[in-house]
Design a protein around this ligand. Structure first.
Ligand SMILES: *Cc1c(COP(=O)(O)O)cnc(C)c1O
Ligand code: SF4
Length: 335
């Protein structure tokens, strides 16, 4: 009897963690739609940007709803193969501001370190989908040139860990990176741009929180949710944990046609994001990356929606509507 129950304990399945969720993610439209009880209407041809959607994000979609605002962000579409004028593969001028392997130095005082090319979800509107990650990220511990560049420029006060998604790296690797950065005396702030606390909230492990809590700089985490439905109890708990370790949490969103481009959807997002502990930061106009034209929302409509948000919401709940233009010294406000 006793050995039997011991054996049962030994072989008890271990709980699913964020890496298992990635392994089990839906990787083609038919599979994603099937998990939502929908049939595939129209097979998109092979895209250069493969589909990737993990189950915890699918769990926040409404089964049977083809217009679900989370589904529309991640479901490939035939129009991705169309080439439309005004849309290209480097819409924000990243190539021109590359400062060597995995580093973008576009704005004064801040550098963006592309720590890895990997993400936990592939957002169809993403401007980085066409970025040459294979050669342009500082992953695999190849961050020495990036660190030397930062160490050599005392005007750099802030390092932004970005990607891809930096939290795709194992926590131990993040720790190695920030340990090396901590030897550079002129760094004053660390920023982490990540969608993982939204997509896979169980990435917010005890180890990750310990890393955040022990960083030697004031730290800002900028998460990325575009719709109120992306938040649930698990997301709230993760953000609470991050704030509990002293980091500021902000949310940035992209204005996406048919997904969040109405005043009620936007005010709902801002309220829900605040309730989770993330203050609204930027609302980006779509970057015109090839294949993303179906997400373009009308700019004058965007300005009207901002006016409604200003009337309805506390000042700190109103995001800054911006557009990124290659060659400009900051993200341009759209009024
Ligand atoms: C958006 C961005 C930043 C950060 O800009 P903030 O206005 O400070 O948020 C820094 N570097 C690059 C390359 C960026 O795209
Ligand atoms: S998580 Fe961010 S970087 Fe990755 S595909 Fe989505 S928007 Fe792009």
């Amino acid at each position: 009897m006793k050995s039997h129950s011991l054996a049962r304990t030994a072989f008890a399945p271990k709980p699913i963690d964020w890496r298992d969720h990635l392994r089990q993610a839906a990787r083609n439209p038919a599979e994603l739609l099937e998990r939502l009880g929908l049939a595939l209407a129209d097979e998109p041809a092979g895209s250069r940007f493969p589909m990737l959607v993990p189950q915890p994000f699918i769990d926040r979609m409404q089964p049977g709803d083809r217009r679900d605002p989370l589904l529309l962000q991640v479901l490939p579409d035939r129009s991705e193969e169309d080439r439309v004028s005004g849309y290209n593969d480097d819409p924000v001028g990243d190539r021109a501001s590359s400062a060597g392997r995995g580093l973008l130095h576009k704005y004064r005082g801040r550098v963006l370190l592309v720590a890895t090319g990997a993400c936990a979800v592939h957002c169809r509107y993403c401007f980085r989908q066409a970025f040459p990650y294979a050669t342009e990220h500082a992953g695999n511990n190849h961050w020495r040139p990036a660190l030397e560049y930062i160490a050599g420029d005392e005007s750099i006060e802030e390092v932004i860990l970005s990607g891809g998604d930096p939290l795709m790296l194992p926590t131990g690797r993040l720790q190695e990176l920030t340990t090396q950065l901590s030897a550079i005396p002129h760094i004053r702030r660390l920023r982490i741009h990540t969608r993982l606390p939204i997509i896979l909230p169980d990435r917010v492990t005890g180890n990750l929180l310990d890393w955040i809590g022990n960083l030697p700089w004031p730290t800002v985490m900028v998460v990325h949710a575009n719709h109120a439905n992306e938040f649930d109890d698990a997301v709230d708990e993760g953000i609470r944990g991050i704030r509990g370790r002293g980091a500021h949490v902000l949310n940035q969103a992209v204005l996406l046609a048919g997904i969040n481009d109405s005043a009620p959807a936007l005010s709902g997002l801002m309220r829900r994001s605040f309730a989770a502990g993330a203050l609204p930061y930027y609302l980006h106009l779509l970057d015109p990356v090839s294949g993303a034209q179906r997400f373009e929302s009308d700019e004058s409509r965007a300005v009207d929606m901002m006016e409604t948000l200003r009337r309805e919401l506390s000042g700190y709940l109103v995001p800054r509507l911006v557009r990124e233009v290659a060659g400009e010294p900051y993200k341009l406000p759209v009024l």
